[in-house]
Design a binder for this molecule. Structure first.
Ligand SMILES: [Zn+2]
Length: 362
């Protein structure tokens, strides 16, 4: 553990230390703060551009009191440290523009607390995402259609929700369609969209929510994630009955999405008739333009500054639908592939081979 002598000599008042922590992490564009309680103090990391960076820890008793303070602010049971808890610190109490989501979990060495800092708060325009031109054009063509199923894939933190919200934002700019979303949770507000959240504890699952929301006369429905057969079948059926449906589905590739959708949905004709576009994306760190990756103060000694998406996509043509129906996937080859996009980004000097290995493996 790294103990910072600065924090020992700094104001020992936990509320002040918590406020400083939140403010500094927000200013550094951290998306998450990780705090791990140990017997000696609290270890501490920030996630910036998708990568965890160690930070100076907080010695006890300050560290303990900071965790207590965070739980108090998030309306959690302060003395409960043997069961997981989840809560939220209101933006006004966090002193930040957005709420902070708080998740605690007991570990064998002490309580782990993860703070998620909601960023931006507003959706990014589709044209500002930095999507490759061919993927952007395919997405714009797909959302211009009155019906169809658009599936975004990629691991957590790959930017697929941001892409979905950007698509909704663009659709909201042209009046005329009723845009509805069900998310878990709503992290970004999109003006002009009726956004709702699942509530699993009360039985409002994605599937239940979709069933009800389809009676709210939507033309466009964003389903945060397809996790089960029921939601997959509802999404496909909605896309076949006059709705444009956007959702995410976990898979490693565009072809993986096709295979998984065929497994989840019992009717292969419905899958083949409804699917319009699959996008598989990752976010890669951009080499710092000030030091060219050699690490400087402008990039907090990481060599990187900001991220950009790399993508592969499959826009389904009518000629391909029989193959999808039959479950033969050989004809479905995105061009360029994710790996080719990554290689091109390295060749253009936008990122480094080490980043490609971190994101795509070898
Ligand atoms: Zn730099």
């Amino acid at each position: 553990m790294r103990l910072s002598t600065d924090s020992i000599h700094a104001d020992p008042d936990a509320p002040v230390a918590v406020q400083e922590l939140l403010t500094a992490a927000h200013a550094a564009h951290a998306s998450d703060i990780h705090l791990q309680a140990t017997t000696r103090g609290v270890d501490h990391q920030w996630r910036v551009d998708g990568v965890l960076h160690p930070r100076p820890g907080f010695p006890n008793p300050l560290g303990e009191r900071m965790i207590g303070r965070l739980k108090y602010l998030a309306r959690l049971r302060t003395f409960q440290d043997s069961l997981p808890q989840e809560g939220r610190i209101a933006a006004s109490e966090a002193g930040l523009p957005e709420d902070v989501r708080v998740s605690t979990y007991p570990t064998v060495s002490g309580e782990k607390v993860v703070l998620r800092l909601f960023r931006g708060g507003s959706a990014v325009a589709l044209g500002d995402l930095g999507l490759p031109a061919s993927t952007l054009a395919a997405l714009r063509t797909a959302i211009a259609q009155p019906t169809g199923l658009i599936l975004l894939t990629g691991p957590a933190g790959s930017g697929k929700s941001t892409t979905g919200h950007a698509a909704l934002l663009e659709l909201a700019a042209e009046a005329g369609r009723h845009l509805v979303s069900v998310e878990d949770p709503v992290e970004i507000l999109v003006p002009g969209v009726m956004q709702t959240e699942v509530n699993e504890a009360r039985g409002l699952t994605f599937a239940n929510a979709v069933r009800h929301l389809l009676r709210q006369d939507p033309q466009v429905l964003l389903i945060g994630e397809i996790r089960d057969e029921e939601t997959a079948n509802l999404a496909v059926r909605a896309a076949l009955t006059g709705h444009l449906v956007l959702s995410t589905l976990h898979a490693g590739s565009c072809r993986g999405v096709l295979e998984r959708l065929r497994l989840l949905v019992s009717d292969p004709f419905a899958v083949a008739a409804s699917l319009s576009l699959v996008i598989n994306q990752r976010l890669m760190r951009r080499v710092c333009t000030h030091c060219g990756g050699n690490r400087c103060d402008r990039c907090a000694q990481t060599g990187f500054s900001g991220r950009f998406p790399i993508c592969e996509h499959l826009a389904l043509t009518d000629a391909q639908r029989p193959a999808l129906r039959a479950g033969t996937f050989d004809a479905f080859q995105p061009a360029p592939t994710l790996a080719e996009s990554a290689t091109a980004a390295v060749a253009a000097g936008i990122t480094l081979p080490s980043e490609v290995r971190r994101i795509l493996g070898t």
